[in-house]
Design a protein around this ligand. Structure first.
Ligand SMILES: NC(=O)c1ccc[n+]([C@@H]2O[C@H](COP(=O)([O-])OP(=O)(O)OC[C@H]3O[C@@H](n4cnc5c(N)ncnc54)[C@H](OP(=O)(O)O)[C@@H]3O)[C@@H](O)[C@H]2O)c1
Length: 247
């Protein structure tokens, strides 16, 4: 899909990877970019750049009324980027209760599901369009120090594959991004070295432009991790299993 001339919607736009998406979409000639955030005030510095193609939206992806309002406010979207995410970095057993696990599933899994369901008729009307889901290397392997986040991202990968199959009839491209630790507020909790948000976004948007209706492994660090995973999935899981919760 051509990014030039597209109308994109980025959830979690003020976050580390969200900002990089916004900036690269503008560089690649998007006609309009809806920048969505739970708190519209967090978009002020993005808006301060004065690019008239940016349209702010208040959107908590876990709030179905706000999702419906976003559809009404952005009826011309051709490219949906499900980027919003939350990670509590807690163990499955050592977490004090289930609240973070539920929030991770709500944001990372149900949020992407709700947005994609809501926008799929709009994408169909535009001739197909594209959906990009920000997944993770922990969609493939479990990281005990972020146990319930890993589970939500594994659910996200499964969902992405089903959505791809279901939306193929309407010609919607569905790309899932597998990325390793990235230099953002979320990624700061993960070990170095880290990817830059820009390299994750560049490889992700290249996949969209190349109509790669599949998962994309974004960034050199991710490709190294993915090669190790595919060479020996059990050994790779054993290495990740050594990273236990801190508490
Ligand atoms: N950083 C990494 O190492 C890494 C690696 C692979 C994949 N990813 C994925 O990449 C995506 C972006 O992460 P990031 O690293 O850029 O993290 P980040 O800097 O923490 O940004 C996450 C963004 O998501 C927003 N968000 C959280 N809950 C939301 C909700 N209910 N509704 C709407 N927005 C919500 C946050 O807004 P608030 O500030 O309002 O909470 C924030 O703007 C996530 O899906 C993440 O899982 C990250």
């Amino acid at each position: 899909m051509d990014i030039s001339g597209s109308v994109a919607l980025v959830t979690g736009a003020p976050g580390g990877i969200g900002r990089a998406f916004v900036s690269e979409l503008l560089k690649r000639g998007a006609a309009k970019v809806y920048i969505a955030a739970r708190d519209a005030a967090s978009l002020s510095d993005l808006m301060a750049g004065g690019d008239e193609r940016l349209v702010p939206l208040t959107l908590d992806v876990t709030d179905l009324a706000q999702v419906e309002a976003a559809v009404a406010a952005a009826p011309d979207v051709t490219f949906l980027i499900n980027n919003a995410g939350f990670a509590a970095f807690e163990g499955a057993i050592s977490a004090p209760d289930l609240s973070s696990a539920r929030r991770e599933m709500d944001v990372n899994y149900f949020g992407a599901l709700a947005l994609t369901r809501a926008f799929s008729p709009i994408l169909a009307a535009s001739g197909g369009g594209a959906v990009l889901n920000m997944l993770s290397m922990v969609s493939l392997v479990s990281l005990p120090m972020a146990a319930t986040y890993s589970a939500s991202k594994a659910a996200g990968l499964s969902l992405t594959r089903s959505i791809r199959a279901e939306l193929s009839a309407q010609g919607t491209l569905v790309v899932g991004v597998l990325a390793a630790q990235t230099e953002t507020p979320m990624g700061a909790r993960l070990p170095e070295p880290r990817l830059t948000p820009e390299e994750v976004v560049s490889d992700s948007l290249d996949a969209i432009q190349a109509d790669q209706n599949d998962e994309v492994v974004a960034g050199a660090l991710s490709r190294g991790a993915y090669a190790a995973f595919t060479a020996d999935p059990k050994a790779f899981q054993a290495k990740m299993s050594a990273r236990l919760p801190q508490r």
